[in-house]
Write a protein of this length. Structure first.
Length: 231
């Protein structure tokens, strides 16, 4: 675990900051590379853009968005820890798509008609089982936790509201998936806000839309890959 010295510019207190590691989708622990000689910056204004940094996995070279390292000094000052920028390799993609071939042929998906929010969750559960996830079920905490379905190595959110899924909802599912070392999958009946779609694309979160017939359709590349390869 990488550690750097940090001095608070307000109270001059010294700290030793260790960057947390999160699991890459390939399974390798990944953390933002810190700049040991750069001073920490006091956070006086927050924005979603400043809350994330691009990190490249040292094992598979995949690039994803990760939480910006921060430290809270006992004096109350929040400090942003500088991170070494990712140097893009000329001509190389940030993420190489998986082969668009499922490991095992799947039968035709049989949807269920959606009439209620409960039906939407059930339809998403059927689809995840069709993709190959095992023991798909509903967690005890319910949607208040940001999770509607859980399986071995997977958590999912099903938004059955009439508004496009928000950036906050996508971020919440992604962070829950990181904490659980699981794949996050989002289903929505009304689609996604533009910033939510952009964030999901950046972090590799599969997004699906469902119509009232109960048939999910992929709306981004991570979802396409999930359909192609299966669980």
């Amino acid at each position: 675990m990488e550690s750097v010295p940090v001095r608070c510019p307000v109270c001059s207190r010294d700290h030793a900051y260790s960057t947390p590691a999160y699991p890459c989708p390939c399974g390798a622990p990944t953390a933002p590379p810190l700049l040991p000689d750069a001073p920490a910056v006091q956070v006086t204004h927050r924005s979603w853009k400043d809350a994330w940094v691009t990190v490249r996995c040292t094992s598979c070279a995949r690039e994803d968005q990760w939480p910006q390292p921060e430290l809270c000094c006992p004096c109350g000052t929040v400090l942003r820890i500088p991170v070494r920028p990712v140097a893009a390799a000329p001509g190389s993609p940030a993420h190489i798509p998986l082969p668009r071939t499922a490991a095992h042929p799947r039968p035709t998906f049989r949807p269920m008609t959606i009439r209620t929010g409960h039906d939407a969750v059930s339809a998403a559960g059927l689809y995840l089982t069709w993709l190959g996830y095992r023991d798909v079920g509903r967690p005890g905490a319910g949607p208040a936790s940001g999770i509607d379905l859980r399986a071995d190595g997977m958590i999912a959110r099903v938004d059955s509201s009439t508004r496009p899924a928000s950036l906050r909802a996508v971020e919440t599912l992604w962070l829950n998936a990181l904490g659980a070392s699981a794949t996050g999958v989002f289903f929505s009946l009304a689609g996604y806000a533009a910033d939510a779609r952009a964030r999901a694309d950046g972090v590799g979160l599969p997004l699906f839309v469902m119509d009232l017939t109960g048939t999910p359709q992929p709306v981004n590349s991570p979802a396409d890959e999930l359909v192609s390869t299966g669980a």
